[in-house]
Design a protein around this ligand. Sequence first.
Ligand code: FMN
Length: 322
Amino acid sequence: MNGAYALSAAPMMERSNRHFRYLLRLISRRIRLYSEMVVDRTLIHGDPARHLDFHPAEHPLALQIGSAEPALAARAAAIARPWGYDELNLNVGCPSERVQQGGFGVALMKRPELVADIWRAVHAETGLSLTIKHRTGVDEFGGYRFLARFVETVASAGARVFIVHARKAWTAGLDPKANRSVPPLEYEKVYRLKRDFPELTVVLNGGVGSLEEVAEHLRHVDGVMVGRAMWDYPWRWAEADRLLWGDRRSPNRAEVLAEYEKYLLAGIEQGTPLRVLLRPLFNLFKGESGGRLWRRRLDELARGASWPAGGLAALAPLEAVR
Ligand SMILES: Cc1cc2nc3c(=O)[nH]c(=O)nc-3n(C[C@H](O)[C@H](O)[C@H](O)COP(=O)(O)O)c2cc1C
């Protein structure tokens, strides 16, 4: 296990924005957080602060970029550098059509030399060591040798951290959602990668739903990344710091809620829409008694219901926050 990577929250478009990440940071001081993917040209031509600003409490925090051109990746990395992210990550796993049109995402698995060039360009420009998030294979390339050659080629440029979504992707015929469930999980291939490249940090991703499963995978790899189960069940990870890192204290949900409420009220002052700030909270009691009612009440708040006198805690299922 590599303490810095033991558990991380996956990059998820439309989900892992700074507000959800801040909530996760209240739930765990240790989980490594990843941003949504930002495309190189968006940083170069757009308003970088809009995509890059984050709360100082979010560290350790990684920025994920999408790029298929070494020069653009290097420029985007140089723009992002002053923000002080702890890690820069390259998306080599996304199969969406839009991403493929840009030539980046999972299509890059077929071009390991280009990924190696991107790594070198970013490193030469910024001194940063790009990490790589990829799949076990793509289209007809599903064998272990293809995967090992990809990793070997990119590692030969200098890359040291590989986050492997343990299923291959189909670039045609399956949409991104189906590409996260239809191709079977291949954990054994990721374990083997760690055995064959013990000097690399190998992080396993895909289908992990509990801390018990994380602990099991950590017997074979350096870290585990969780996506959907972080969003769907954020409170499930509240024991992570204690169980994985040996911290003494676990967070208390009433305190987390109170802290997030302070953050939310400050966010409103700065002009962030209430709905955007409330959204990360929707699943905080999911699967528990009162969880649906909580969701409905938040939805009403987002639609303009008046703020409860006792704050958000007054809307929460009683037994969960007392
Ligand atoms: C809504 C959503 C958006 C995603 N966006 C990204 C993204 O921007 N970059 C990326 O590398 N992966 C993205 N993914 C894939 C996840 O990072 C992760 O690899 C995948 O969901 C498998 O992990 P899980 O089974 O724990 O969810 C996204 C997944 C979801 C569900």
